[in-house]
Design a protein around this ligand. Structure first.
Ligand code: NAP
Length: 268
């Protein structure tokens, strides 16, 4: 299916690893020109080697002033994917100021800042645009030790609605995508324990984490046990496909939504 993304200019945050990196590759394959924003220089260097033509921007999105400077000359952007986030897991009674500040700076405040920069440019040029915020199933369900992460994603879902409300009149659509576990570096760090993974898999009607191909829970758990990412390269396909759909004119009447890619987790 042609998504009509060829010739559009896209900006993806958290582009060095995981879902962000795969989104960059998919957007470029669809003919878009991509600005890739991330924190680790080596990730961006390898991304540019893998995907010549991608424009790297290396910045820590937790740093408001550095981000303002890094994106001041970013040029016209038609499509934005706010994907960068951190997941710092702590029991509620042990939540620290540092985890709160870092998580809300990256997962929430940077979304406001980058979206303001991009949306102001769209409005100034008088062009329509699409923004996708990468949220999580964790925005709508309490998960043990996820107090701060769940709260940032809950805030992000509401922010998505606010952005849709106020940017809609400018023909800028804003949607969230809410994945279940994906075995990216973040997913592996938090869900590689087979017992923990099984508890989550048992709550997912389709019995699998987000990936490209259908996989049985037993196979997923076997891979988790031996430390193999579930579809380590391309296993993020379900999520990336949904992001591209929400960026494309195929979803031209959809804004303010939080679209689960969760195997039914949020239906239960
Ligand atoms: P990941 O593997 O940890 O990759 C995150 C990317 O974001 C990395 O390139 C990271 O760069 C970058 N990043 C983080 N903090 C940054 C900062 N301060 N400034 C600039 N870049 C920063 O994560 P992922 O699993 O792909 O997650 C992508 C999105 O999906 C996140 O919003 C996450 O909450 C969401 N999500 C993930 C899952 C899952 O199970 N994986 C499930 C639901 C939702 P560095 O490595 O250099 O810090």
């Amino acid at each position: 299916m042609d998504l009509g993304l060829a010739g559009r200019r896209a900006l993806v945050t958290g582009a060095g690893k995981g879902i962000g990196r795969s989104t960059v590759l998919a957007l470029q394959a669809a003919g878009a020109h991509v600005v890739a924003v991330s924190r680790t220089r080596e990730d961006l260097d390898s991304l540019v080697r893998e995907c010549p033509g991608v424009e790297p921007v290396c910045v820590d999105l937790a740093d408001w002033e550095a981000t303002e400077k890094a994106l001041s000359n970013v040029g016209p952007v038609d499509l934005l994917v706010n994907n960068a986030a951190v997941a710092l897991l702590q029991p509620f009674l042990e939540v620290t100021k540092e985890a709160c500040d870092m998580s809300f700076s990256v997962n929430f405040r940077a979304v406001i800042q980058v979206s303001q920069i991009v949306a102001k440019g769209m409005i100034a040029r008088g062009v329509p645009g699409a923004i996708v915020n990468v949220s999580s199933q964790a925005s709508q369900r309490a998960l043990t030790n996820h107090t701060v992460y769940c709260s940032t994603k809950g805030a992000l879902d509401m922010l998505t609605k606010m952005m849709a409300l106020e940017l809609g009149p400018h023909k800028i659509r804003v949607n969230a995508v809410n994945p279940t576990v994906v075995m990216t570096p973040m997913g592996r760090a938090n869900w590689s324990d087979p017992h923990k993974a099984k508890v989550m898999l048992d709550r997912i009607p389709l019995g699998k984490f987000a990936g490209k191909l259908g996989r049985s829970p037993d196979l997923v758990l076997a891979w988790v046990r031996v430390g193999v990412g579930v579809g380590a390269r391309g296993g993020v396909g379900n999520v990336v496909d949904t992001i591209l759909f929400l960026l494309s004119n195929r979803s031209s009447m959809t804004t303010g939504s939080a679209l689960p890619v969760d195997g039914g987790f949020l239906a239960t």
